[in-house]
Design a binder for this molecule. Structure first.
Ligand SMILES: Cc1cc2nc3c(=O)[nH]c(=O)nc-3n(C[C@H](O)[C@H](O)[C@H](O)COP(=O)(O)O)c2cc1C
Length: 356
């Protein structure tokens, strides 16, 4: 019988001498360390090894989000930097966004409303480039003051100076409450958001700061014409706890139970499915940034796949940590996440979607 022509599978024929022996020795040595117990399995996924070749690098589908095109479904979540770090960190993050095709939310830009002293710390548009989303950030307490003072025009001027695409509003009543020098809201945040929507000529995103929000708040937001809702869920950085740790008075102990309230991203994504069904898809807001406690690409892949609306995932503290280590560390981290996402797309299905 004629022998079938072998395809050009390099490794079988071109392995350097000794490599196979070394590998086998490794296998024997490491086999005992590699035991995985059934409780350690990630039960969110069905692992389906049969239906894909190994993914090509660069094979992630491009996503249309916030009226721009992302090559990577990761969002740099808003972070204010300390005085000396802000510019360095923002520069590294913006360059990474440019390299990998991601979007970025700036940390609170409050200081830019009335002064250009810190503009250089935030002015990353030249680095990120014109084709990716860049959003400025203000707290709901500042918005309330701007509206009451008739100063809403300052926001537009700030967005122009930053060349930002729009504004993220953070709604953080717990953080403000715990913060010794925190602001007090005089109005319900929903009213302030509605008032700003009436006046804004730019896209708006609303987020929490790491506590998430309950079903009714999420439902109210999804019915507004927002460009996106960012979950900023509980499970990662917890600003209530963080601000409580800064306290030195007796309230630190008395208020501590309050740091445990909040909602995980997974719970919130399930609510979005529910709200969408309840409202028969007629929601004015149709894009979600899933963030808060997203540890790695598998969390991001699971939640974006589970979300019934166009969604990307955001990370703050994890990206801050690697960005502090340097540009190369950030690049390596993001490369690894992207390769991981490619593998997830090729071989993992969401168990709940399959109903199994
Ligand atoms: C150092 C730091 C500074 C932050 N500053 C802001 C801010 O200025 N505005 C804002 O909306 N969120 C801010 N956040 C909250 C993040 O955007 C995010 O919602 C939260 O950290 C949860 O995400 P994580 O679990 O991935 O850290 C900050 C987070 C960190 C870690």
């Amino acid at each position: 019988m004629k022998k079938a022509e072998s395809p050009s599978v390099g490794p079988l024929v071109s392995e350097p001498p000794g490599m196979a022996e070394a590998r086998k020795a490794d296998h024997i040595e490491l086999a005992f360390q590699s035991q995985i117990h059934s409780g350690e399995l990630d039960s969110r996924f069905l692992y389906e090894p049969l239906f894909s070749a190994h993914p090509e690098h660069g094979s992630l589908p491009a996503i249309s989000f916030l009226q721009k095109t992302l090559r990577t479904p990761i969002w740099v979540s808003s972070m204010t930097g300390g005085a000396e770090w802000a510019q360095v960190i923002n520069t590294r993050l913006a360059k990474a966004c440019h390299q990998f095709g991601m979007g970025m939310g700036l940390g609170s830009c409050r200081s830019l409303l009335t002064s250009d002293e810190h503009l250089a710390d935030f002015a990353v548009r030249p680095l990120i480039g014109p084709d990716l989303p860049l959003y400025a950030n203000l707290g709901i307490a500042q918005l309330e003051s701007l509206i009451d003072g008739g100063d809403v025009h300052l926001i537009e001027s700030m967005l122009t100076r930053l060349d930002a695409d729009g504004l993220i509003i953070h709604v953080n009543p717990l953080q403000e409450w715990f913060q010794p020098e925190g602001d007090q809201f005089r109005q319900p945040p929903l009213r302030t958001i509605r008032r700003i929507l009436d006046q804004a000529t730019y896209p708006l995103i609303v987020k929490e700061v790491g506590q998430g929000m309950g079903y009714h708040s999420l439902k109210a937001l999804l019915q507004l014409p927002l460009a996106a809702v960012d979950l900023a869920a509980a499970g990662g950085t917890n600003f209530a706890r963080l601000e409580n740790l800064r306290r030195t008075d007796h309230l630190q102990e008395h208020w501590a139970p309050m740091v445990h309230v909040g909602h995980h991203a997974e719970e919130m994504v399930e609510w979005i499915r529910h709200i969408q069904q309840e409202k028969k898809g007629e929601l004015a807001c149709q894009q979600i940034i899933i963030s808060g406690g997203i540890r790695h690409f598998l969390d991001g892949y699971y939640l974006t796949e589970r979300c019934p609306m166009p969604a990307i995932y955001g990370q703050a503290s994890v990206l801050l940590k690697v960005a502090q280590q340097g540009e190369e560390a950030l690049q390596n981290y993001l490369e690894a996440q992207i390769r991981g996402l490619e593998m997830a797309h090729a071989y993992l299905r969401i168990r709940k979607e399959a109903g199994i």
